[in-house]
Design a protein around this ligand. Structure first.
Ligand SMILES: Nc1nc(O)c(N)c(N[C@@H]2O[C@H](COP(=O)(O)O)[C@@H](O)[C@H]2O)n1
Length: 157
């Protein structure tokens, strides 16, 4: 059975990048994965000054609005690195927060799909034909965490 998620207040809302689960990456705390992801768009770009504003944004919606504002210039390699940037942040989120790691692991081998009506890259879009990269990242993070856990169990045995 495919598991669909999207908004934080809907079922499996903890899979959304907007969920209130802070992460620490390179000694900086980010309130949500979305804050981190949106800020990374501008690392090394001419509009890097926007990064502290995204970092301080009161909500992930505000962080996303700042990051999506087309007046600001993205880093030149963004299309090349964005999946890896997202994966690092999502992995950190599920390594940091035990209660949602359990929710992820309990999904077993079910297919996870970000049910965004508008996003055909991170989600599946209205007609479900989107690339679903966020769902794919969550499934690969689920597998990586399973392997990490089985390694730590076999080491302690
Ligand atoms: N608008 C919106 N609301 C939510 O609750 C969402 N989960 C999303 N999806 C996320 O938007 C991010 C992509 O942003 P860009 O289009 O690259 O600026 C990504 O985190 C999606 O998961 N959108």
């Amino acid at each position: 059975m495919t598991i669909y998620f999207y908004k934080v207040w809907q079922p499996y809302g903890c899979f959304s990048n907007f969920s209130p689960h802070p992460i620490e990456i390179q000694s900086t705390y980010w309130p949500t994965v979305e804050h981190y992801y949106q800020a990374q768009k501008f690392v090394g770009s001419e509009d890097e000054v926007i990064i502290p504003l995204i970092h301080r944004a009161a909500t992930p919606e505000e962080a996303a609005a700042l990051g999506r504002c087309d007046k600001h210039r993205l880093r030149l390699d963004w299309e090349l690195v964005k999946i890896q940037v997202m994966r690092e942040a999502v992995l950190k989120k599920f390594l940091t927060h035990l209660e949602i790691r359990e929710v992820l692991l309990v999904t077993g081998n079910e297919v996870l799909v970000e049910n965004s009506p508008t996003d055909y890259f991170w989600g599946c879009g209205t007609d479900k034909t989107g690339e679903n990269h966020l769902g794919k990242i969550l499934m690969s993070v689920r597998e990586e965490i399973r392997q990490l856990l089985s390694l730590s169990i076999s080491k302690s045995a």
